[in-house]
Design a protein around this ligand. Structure first.
Ligand code: ATP
Ligand code: MG
Length: 406
């Protein structure tokens, strides 16, 4: 596989967490030269597919110094050309943008990337374009915050603009609690926003984009809202929505609108919405330019045959070579995913043996399943039943920090 000037097409993939194996494999299958830049702390544990070279960045709990990252990649650049820089984890998205800007590599730059990482930028961009969002305010100007808390009824969420995994989100029931958080974070208050808490079902749409056009999308609904799961120690569940239902159709349309407004050109997105209990309407929650985490890509692959990582790799190669992209034909089964922390180190799951069970998680102190069927009712039944059995015999809860980045 060669780039426009006939040299081997070279991708530099960033992975501060162990992610994106299928992307790396597919890029190699397609004949690319693949370099991986990853966290030094993963050196002895991560098992990566065969790539052309792996470089390590010293990290502090997976965080890299951006200046050092620029220097490291510039050093590599002295002897290697790089056609594309690909962030495999959400936290790598800004680093990739800064590198692209500095080295003038095509792809999303820093302002564009804001719409996929910065929750304040997401709120402003969508609300300015007529998309319904929870009412919000930047947690910075005291008068604006005071007015917001007086006019928008609580509860509210005080949330970091740039985190993931519901890390740092605080639900507040009275205005003083909000002020306490503002004062607690001090000079960092500009890194937060405050928004009304909208009780409802949390949904997600995972989609594939090429040349500014949506190519493919699947809509799903989480069991309990992710905030309850990560901070309340619940069981994580999600399942595909009934195809053709009003909710599914409404979500697919809104997802397309949101990502057009954000200007997504090429790649994949995991975008979340709330279907509010009080009015039944859809509110945009957040978006990203990445594959959905927590084994959602496995759920989608079992249900539809389409792997988001693999498709993303094909899209990057098509963009870099000026080629076309066609999404493979999907099959349309339904699937459900359940993941929980387990009390047991390696839980014995042999009593779960329904024919619909297609995947089990093998991870220390975890239990997890994917079920698939043509019958969505059967998926609901199995998830419900498995959740009860997991709660009774396996479930453990841990502090939010420990579970949040699985
Ligand atoms: N305005 C809101 N109203 C109701 N629930 C909310 C609101 N904002 C956030 N939440 C809850 O918090 C969860 C995490 O919020 P959000 O997706 O914005 O942050 P995140 O840190 O990116 O989380 P994740 O990485 O888990 O998606 C949501 O899934 C939802 O359960
Ligand atoms: Mg989210």
């Amino acid at each position: 596989m060669s780039n426009h000037s006939g040299a081997p097409l070279t991708l530099l993939c960033l992975a501060s967490y162990e992610k994106g194996h299928r992307f790396l494999e597919e890029a190699k299958n397609l004949g690319c030269r693949v370099f991986l830049l990853t966290s030094l702390s993963l050196k002895d544990t991560a098992v990566w597919p065969a790539v052309d070279d792996i470089f390590y960045m010293p990290d502090d709990h997976h965080e890299w110094n951006l200046q050092h990252t620029l220097l490291a990649v510039s050093h590599l650049w002295r002897t290697q050309h790089i056609d594309r820089i690909i962030p495999l984890d959400d936290f790598d998205v800004e680093k990739a943008a800064a590198l692209r800007e500095h080295l003038r590599v095509p792809g999303m730059g820093e302002s564009q990337t804001r719409f996929f990482r910065d929750k304040l930028a997401m709120r402003l961009r969508t609300s300015e374009n007529g998309v319904r969002v929870p009412r919000f305010v930047h947690a910075l100007n005291y008068e604006a915050v005071r007015l917001f808390l007086e006019t928008v009824p609580g509860p509210w969420v005080f949330k970091p603009r740039l985190m993931a995994g519901a890390l740092g989100i605080k639900k507040c029931y009275d205005a003083q609690e909000v002020w306490d958080h503002i004062h607690r974070v001090g000079d960092d208050q500009g890194l937060y926003l405050i928004e009304e808490f909208i009780p409802g079902d949390v949904l997600h749409v995972d989609s594939i984009w090429f040349d500014g056009q949506m190519q493919y999308a699947v809509a799903s609904r989480y069991g309990a809202p992710p905030l309850e799961v990560s901070q309340g120690g619940g069981i994580f569940m999600t399942r595909l929505l009934e195809r053709g239902s009003d909710l599914e159709q409404g979500l697919l349309q809104l997802n397309e609108r949101v990502l057009q407004v954000m200007g997504l050109e090429n790649g994949v997105s995991h975008t979340e919405f709330i279907c509010a209990h009080h009015d039944g309407r859809l509110y945009f929650l957040e978006t990203s330019a990445r594959v959905g985490g927590a084994h959602i890509s496995d759920l989608l692959e079992y249900s539809t045959g389409i792997n988001m990582w693999t498709e993303w790799a094909k899209i990057e190669v098509a963009c870099a070579t000026g080629g076309g992209y066609q999404v493979p034909s999907a099959h349309s089964e339904y699937g459900g995913l359940l993941v929980s922390l387990a009390r047991q180190e390696w839980p014995d799951t042999s009593s779960f043996c329904d024919p619909e069970l297609v995947w089990r998680m093998h991870k220390l102190h975890h239990i997890g399943f994917i079920v698939k069927s043509h019958d969505i009712g059967r998926i609901d039944y199995l998830l419900h039943e498995y959740a009860a059995r997991v709660r009774a015999g396996y479930h453990a809860s841990a502090p939010a920090q420990e579970t949040a980045r699985d």
